[in-house]
Design a protein around this ligand. Structure first.
Ligand SMILES: NC(=O)c1ccc[n+]([C@@H]2O[C@H](COP(=O)([O-])OP(=O)(O)OC[C@H]3O[C@@H](n4cnc5c(N)ncnc54)[C@H](OP(=O)(O)O)[C@@H]3O)[C@@H](O)[C@H]2O)c1
Length: 240
């Protein structure tokens, strides 16, 4: 059995559903101790129980990453429990109103707060713990909206901003052997925006498990190089 992440600590945001849950399950299966973050405790506990039932290790940290104080307190609790943090997956995200005219200020603040500011709050608060690891890895989950925008100012704005933040993390990480990668997935079969799960063929919507496998491959790659960006799309919709 592949236990290549044995003794690593992996913090995953948005770990109770969709891509975040798939990532948490795969990293735990590779031996990592997973620290699971999302706002609601109950779905998080379900993820943790599924991981433990498969022989993995998981701890839950209910937290709204868009609240700087909650992010700081959660980072502090994780640091106290584990010391170093080897892996941070900034995955938590929410959709936004699709058009400029539908977007009001509260939509803007909420979506920028979760999809962009939350990444900074948690990464900044965990920075010392990431430095303490031998060769930490930060993965930021964007989306193809982070490459071509689209109609939603808040979602596109947050994901474009995340590109800048990713490269700032990468630059700051060089002297500490911290790598940072930004992933731009296209459509995934996670029920995003209330879409039914398991209906579309795989060539039209990606299985989040497949994307999680890609992420596990990045995390287990040799530490002396970095994949800066990766664009992943279902076969039917190549990025153009
Ligand atoms: N699904 C797609 O087609 C698609 C395509 C491109 C990019 N993406 C990106 O991929 C990422 C994951 O998407 P997904 O489809 O897996 O989402 P999802 O199934 O809706 O799950 C979102 C997760 O984030 C958590 N979350 C939401 N707001 C949070 C907050 N303020 N603080 C902490 N946790 C929070 C949710 O739990 P709580 O609600 O309990 O907090 C849940 O665990 C997102 O960044 C998204 O933008 C998705």
């Amino acid at each position: 059995m592949d236990r290549s992440l044995e003794s690593k600590t992996a913090v995953i945001t948005g770990a109770s559903h969709g891509l975040g849950r798939a990532i948490a399950e795969q990293l735990a299966a590779l031996g990592a101790h997973t620290a699971l973050i999302a706002r609601r405790a109950e779905p998080l506990n379900q993820t943790a129980e599924a991981i433990r039932a498969s022989g993995g290790a998981a701890s839950v940290y209910p937290c709204d990453v868009s609240d700087a104080e909650q992010a700081r307190a959660t980072a502090s609790a994780i640091e106290q429990a584990f010391g170093a943090v080897d892996i941070l997956i900034n995955n938590a995200g929410v959709p936004a109103p699709r058009s400029f005219e539908e977007t009001d200020i509260s939509d803007w603040d909420a979506v920028i707060g979760i999809n962009l500011s939350g990444v900074f709050y948690l990464t900044r608060a965990l920075w010392e713990a990431l430095i303490s690891a031998e060769a930490a890895y930060v993965i930021n989950i964007s989306g193809t909206a982070g490459l071509r925008g689209g109609g939603s100012p808040a979602y596109g704005g947050a994901k474009f901003g995340l590109t800048g933040l990713n490269y700032a993390i990468a630059q700051a990480g060089v002297e500490h052997n911290i790598r940072s990668t930004i992933l731009y997935p296209g459509g995934m079969d996670t029920g995003w925006r209330g879409a039914p799960i398991g209906v579309l063929p795989r060539r039209e919507t990606m299985d989040p498990q497949t994307v999680a496998t890609m992420i596990a491959q990045l995390l287990t790659s040799p530490p002396e190089f970095v994949v800066n960006e990766a664009v992943l799309n279902p076969l039917a919709y190549p990025f153009m």
